[in-house]
Design a protein around this ligand. Structure first.
Ligand SMILES: [Fe+2]
Length: 566
């Protein structure tokens, strides 16, 4: 286990408080002025009426990443006058509180919306409250706003992170090293592709799992925005209409302007890139949210007033938006492709249209039916997923083969809408105006690596499992115990270009170059996947036992190009 596992203390940025407080009214980092006034202010802090000490501190982009950002955190008890300070500016935080529907535990979170910032600038900030136990030396860190216009920048991504506290189901020490890996690459921001901490699998202690997740991430997420999307494991019983209360309460995300569905999907623009974050729980066939396997019922704490949830119950939310998300997606993609300042469209969602994991979930026809035609029409360049705990890259795909799948139970033909590769030459440079590249990045930190991939035993071709129908709970061979079936169909995965069989852990690093003469005036994104070889508890492909490791080495690098707009 890494040293910081289980350590509930907020970690500190290497920047000194003197640096942060020294810049007067703007908060922009500078090197003058004294800390006297700030010290006097913090001495006035009092611990009264509960513990308002900030923890789980994390950043997300505001409506315009060049000028706005949100600082969010939690505290063990209700905070008095929770606030962020940037130079002489004091930004009050909005309280958002909920009571976990299973444990009955109260959770207090705070969100300070910071606007009026300068593009491409570094700011120091302080997070505190009147009853901050660290009021004399409050939490400080720095962030950088997005650049304005066609500027180069870097972002990173993975999903399926979990926490370093191995007391929790699916948590593992690699989760701490994964956060450190983000920091080591110093990206402008990080995309966290769903299945954040698997609190739903630890249903009686969900807030404690979220707390370990938030405090582990703070090492990086307090220094740069971490932009999440919901996965199937964000769907929790008795926590809101889709089970997202734990998730939505902790994150303030850009407004999608769709009434009733805030935070579930959103978009933001940085430089020449439109980022679109989706909730695939709304379209996938697979039933993989909260589930009571039995034989015992799940009984919420008496104080919640919630009834017992019987064995065999799952929380299945496919179709919850009634088409509102897909309509929003089409509007957003159309506007993006119509905007001459946008070259790239990058989609983030948890579940996969193109995964050939053998031990994991596989691909889902729901995404292929509802969203891939839109990705084709509007030339989405890149789709970033999680869900399967491995690394897989597709060739650029466009259109679909309608006669390539078969039912696993019967062998009968089934239409899996198999994505059609526009090339099967793995040249290392791909023009994504011709097809969309899908990356499976479920390689964050959970203890269940899935780096074993399907092969058709008849023709030795790569093979993918595909969900073409809902796998609702059914009785298992054990009386009173229920199970959910694996994917029902399979296809030869002609779209699969690269699979990492050495480890299920890694991080993808994306360098956006708005103008690159070496690609004939095309704009380009260089992608490098770094992986943590040896981190698998047990490598499913080789049986080799490993342990968490801080060593991330290069697995592969490739370049996406497309004609420059404007
Ligand atoms: Fe998942």
């Amino acid at each position: 286990m890494p040293a910081k596992s289980d350590d509930p203390r907020p970690s500190r940025s290497p920047i000194s408080r003197r640096q942060v407080l020294a810049a007067g009214g703007t908060g922009l980092l500078a090197a003058t002025a004294s800390t006297t006034r700030a010290a006097a202010r913090t001495r006035r802090a009092r611990v009264a009426g509960g513990d308002g000490t900030p923890e789980q501190i994390h950043l997300t982009w505001g409506e315009n990443p060049a000028t706005s950002l949100v600082v969010s955190w939690a505290s063990p008890g209700p905070a008095t006058r929770p606030r962020v300070r940037i130079g002489q500016r004091v930004i009050p935080a909005e309280l958002r509180q909920y009571t976990d529907g299973i444990s009955g535990e109260a959770v207090w979170t705070y969100h300070a919306r910071v606007g009026g910032l300068r593009p491409g600038a570094t700011y120091g900030y302080v997070v505190t409250a009147d009853n901050d136990g660290n009021a004399a030396d409050p939490f400080t860190a720095t962030f950088r706003t997005a650049p304005h216009g066609r500027a180069a920048f870097r972002f990173t991504s993975f999903g399926d992170l979990a926490t370093p506290n191995t007391a929790w189901v699916l948590s593992y020490g690699q989760s701490a090293y994964a956060v450190d890996a983000v920091e080591s690459f110093q990206p402008l921001f990080h995309l966290l592709n769903g299945d954040l901490c698997y609190a739903d699998l630890n249903s009686t202690v969900q807030p404690a799992v979220w707390r370990d997740f938030g405090n582990n991430n703070q090492t990086s997420a307090a220094n740069r925005p971490w932009m999440p999307c919901p996965g199937n494991h964000e769907v929790e019983f008795d926590n809101g209409p889709q089970g997202f209360t734990s998730y939505l309460t902790r994150y303030t995300l850009p407004d999608n302007h769709v009434p009733g569905f805030g935070g579930r999907w959103y978009s933001f623009c940085i430089g020449s890139v439109l980022f679109v974050s989706l909730d695939a729980d709304d379209v996938v066939y697979q039933d993989a949210g909260a589930f009571v396997t039995g034989p015992a019922a799940l009984t919420p704490a008496a104080g919640t007033g919630n009834p017992a949830i019987g064995a065999g119950t799952s929380f299945y939310i496919r179709g919850y938006s009634g088409g509102a998300q897909t309509a929003w997606l089409e509007r957003t993609l159309a506007a993006g492709r119509g905007d001459p300042s946008v070259d790239w469209i990058i989609v983030q969602m948890h579940q996969c249209a193109c995964s050939s994991s053998a031990t994991g979930n596989g691909s889902d026809l729901g995404i292929r039916q509802q969203w891939l035609p839109l990705f084709d029409r509007y030339q989405v360049d890149l789709v970033l997923n999680g869900h399967d705990h491995d690394y897989e890259r597709s060739f650029p795909v466009r259109g679909a083969d309608v006669d390539a799948g078969h039912e696993l139970a019967t062998g009968a033909a089934v239409n899996t809408l198999r994505p059609r590769p526009v090339t099967t030459t793995d040249s290392g440079v791909f023009d994504t105006s011709r097809g969309t590249v899908h990356l499976i990045l479920g390689c964050g930190g959970t203890d269940a690596p899935l780096d074993e991939y399907g092969t058709d035993t008849a023709d030795r071709q790569r093979q993918a499992k595909v969900f073409t129908q809902a796998n609702r709970p059914v009785p298992s061979a054990t009386p009173g115990v229920f199970t959910r079936a694996a994917a029902d169909a399979a296809e030869d995965a002609v779209w699969s270009a690269k699979r990492d069989t050495l480890t299920g852990y890694g991080i993808a690093v994306f360098d956006v170059h708005p103008d690159r003469e070496d690609f004939g005036g095309h704009t380009s994104i260089t992608v490098t996947q770094y992986h943590a070889v040896g981190a698998d508890p047990v490598n499913p492909a080789t049986g080799t036992k490993g342990a968490p490791t801080p060593d991330y080495t290069e697995f592969e690098t490739f370049t996406l190009v497309r004609p420059r707009r404007g």
